[in-house]
Each structure stands twice: as C-alpha cells, then as structure tokens.
Design a protein around this ligand. Sequence first.
Ligand code: RNT
Ligand code: ZN
Length: 424
Amino acid sequence: MQPITTQQIEAGYALAKERYAALGVDTEAAMTALAAIPIALHAWQGDDVRGFESADAQLTGGGIQATGNYPGRARTADELRADLDQALRLIPGKHRVNLQAIQGDFGGKVERNNMRPEHFSRWMDWAKERGLGLDFNPSYFSHPKADDGFTLTSRDEGNRQFWIEHGIASRKIGEAFGKALGTPCVTNIWIPDGSKDIPVDRKSPRELLARSLDAILAEKLDSRYNLDAVEGKLFGLGLESYTAGSHEFYLGYAVTRKILLCYDTGHFHPTEVVSDKLSAALTFLDQMLLHISRGVRWDSDHVVILSDELQAIAQELVRGKYLNRVHISLDFFDASMNRVAAWVIGARSMLKALLLALLEPFESLRTFENAGDYTARLAMLEELKTLPFGTVWDYYCLKQSAPVGAQWLDEVKQYEKTVLAQRG
Ligand code: RNT
Ligand code: ZN
C-alpha cells in the first residue's frame, strides 16, 4: 500500500476542520475528548477463550463458541501479552485490557476458588509498565463443576459455594488491580446458567442467583479500586429456553445493590438495540459497562465493525454525556482470522464511532427537534454522513502516533510472519 504523506494528511485535515467549524463543531475539542476515552481490549480474543489453566485447555460449555482455526492463537500468557502489545501499538489513544480469570500465570494447577492476585502479578507488572488499566472477569465456564450448566444457581450447595468463592476471589484480584494501577478495575460477573428446554421452575434458580451474588458482594470494596458489574443475557448455545441471569433480573439487581449493569450488544433479540436502552438504564444507575460485540443472526461474537448500531451507541454516549459513567470493553472471539487484527479492527471501529459522534452538532440538532422541525433534523443527520470525517480520523491517528489508514495491516502481516506463524 502506498503510504499517505504527513503533508497530505494535514492538508486534508485543514479542509475538514473548516467544514466542521462552519457547523459550529470544534474538531480539536473532539479529538481531545476522544483521547480521554479508554477502550478495554478483551484478552480472550487472543486465545479463543481457552485460558492457561492447562496446556490443552479448551472452551467448553457456557453456551458460547469460538469458531475457526486460523493459526497463531496465544498459547501462553506471555504470548498473549506480546499479541496485545502489538495490537495496542496500532490503536490510537491509551486503553485498557480486560482479562478472564482463566488467563493468569498459574505455574501449575490452581483451583478457581483459590485464585489470588499473585497469579496475576505478571499481568499487573506488564500493565503498570505500559500505564494500562486492567479489568477482570470470573470465568464460570470450561470447568467440570460447570459441566451441567449450573454455577451460581446450582442446586448442589457444594458447587454453588465453590462458584461463590470464585466470585469472591475474583473481586480480590480486581481490587489488587485497582490498587496496583491507580484506576478502578471493573470486575464483571457473567454466568451461563440456564436451560436448553422449557423449565418448569424459573423461579428457584433466580432466587439462588440473587443469594449467591449477595454472598459474593457481601464484602464492601473501595470503589477507587474495584467496581462490580453483572452481565445479563437472552440465551446461549444449548441454553435456548431459559437464562437465569436475564436482563430484567440484573437490572433489578444492579439498581437495588447499586452496582454496575453490563449490556453486551450481542445479548438481546436481534431486533432489539442497546442504543435505545442506555438512557433508560442510566436514569437509575450511576455507572454501566458495555461489552461491544457483533451478533450475526445470533450472539455470534463477530468482530466489531462501524455499523449503524455502533454509531447509534456512540451517539447516545456522547449526546447523553455518559462517557464518564459508562465503561467500554470489546467482547468478541473470532478464530477465523488474524487475532491481533481482530482487536485492531474492533477497537479502531469503536473509536471511529466515538469520533463521529463527537463531531456531531448535537445542540443544533436538538434545537430543530425541540422546535418540531423534523425536516431540518433529518436533513442535517443525512448531510452529516458525508462530511470529511475520514480525514479527521487520519489526522487523529497521526497525532497519536498510530498508523494512518490500512498501514497497520502491513505491520500485522509482518508480525504474523515473524511471530504468529512460528507457533505450532
Ligand atoms: C458471554 C458473555 C461474556 C463472555 C466472556 C468470555 O456471552 O458475553 O462476557 O463473552 O466472559
Ligand atoms: Zn459479554
């Protein structure tokens, strides 16, 4: 690919700046605002959600699936950190990394209820050196005690207690991340528990879930270090008829316990959109977590692209001034392509959506709306779509010392040749 010159980027930007200024939009302010938004890269894209508990760890159960067999999967936490380093170099701005409990440096068998901050000390050192924040997720899948599809809702008290202890251990790890890195860790609980076929008792698992969560959250942790979130879902693979941790369940739970609610954009009926739900939930919640994913016909976890819905979500975050209340993480796992590229595509798309939203003349649009001038509102929304957004994005990448345009792909191809292809 013929690289674009700095001069060309700056000339394009100068014109774009004027076009936006004519609408009262300050492109410099938009870029400053964008630079302050961290996106959490979900580490589980790099290892196909297998983790490092054993050399032959597999993703089993949980109603989720990574499909594809592209070479280069990270087989160790060291490989995963190297891959994340490579991805982060290609994404403008300062971001975060979101870990699964199964991705620690265990050095031998460690049970999930015995996981401790020391199993993540290498991650903390790594993040500290790079000035990155870390987020965390207890892993309630790929485990013999989750094989029957029940964790925090298990009728077996011993099993339930085991998974409660995993939740408690995870919050302690989150707290350690927050203390070490000076930025709170969002510790997000998602469980797969549900039923393939029509259950007769929908009530008991939900009552058990509330009790289990209360036990996990019993100890109050300082919100400067750890923030708790709960993630609901409509259905999972093999769990089509019932999910104990449904959206209504967790909305009620998060509101009453004053914790964060997580919306995963793949976890709703395909015709439902998260963009319409944010302002509803945020009327009653202080903070939220987003798992940005792309479902194709089902919760397929495809790589995030700059879709209409991604733009609508970004618009809601910007228009509602929610950016300081909503934590953004990516969440998808595609094993059919270069996994480093998958992170880069997803993160750059998220950032583009946010920049587009930051470049919107929201107040003028709202003035039209409040005056009942829906003609002007629609006309302007359509005109905005062809403003020279791309040149502002290019300039932003340049200023952030990130590759401009598809140049990043050359670097990924090089990394694939020299590093990923050497993995068996
Ligand atoms: C699964 C949830 C959950 C997982 C990760 C692996 O449907 O989205 O967030 O993707 O915990
Ligand atoms: Zn998710």
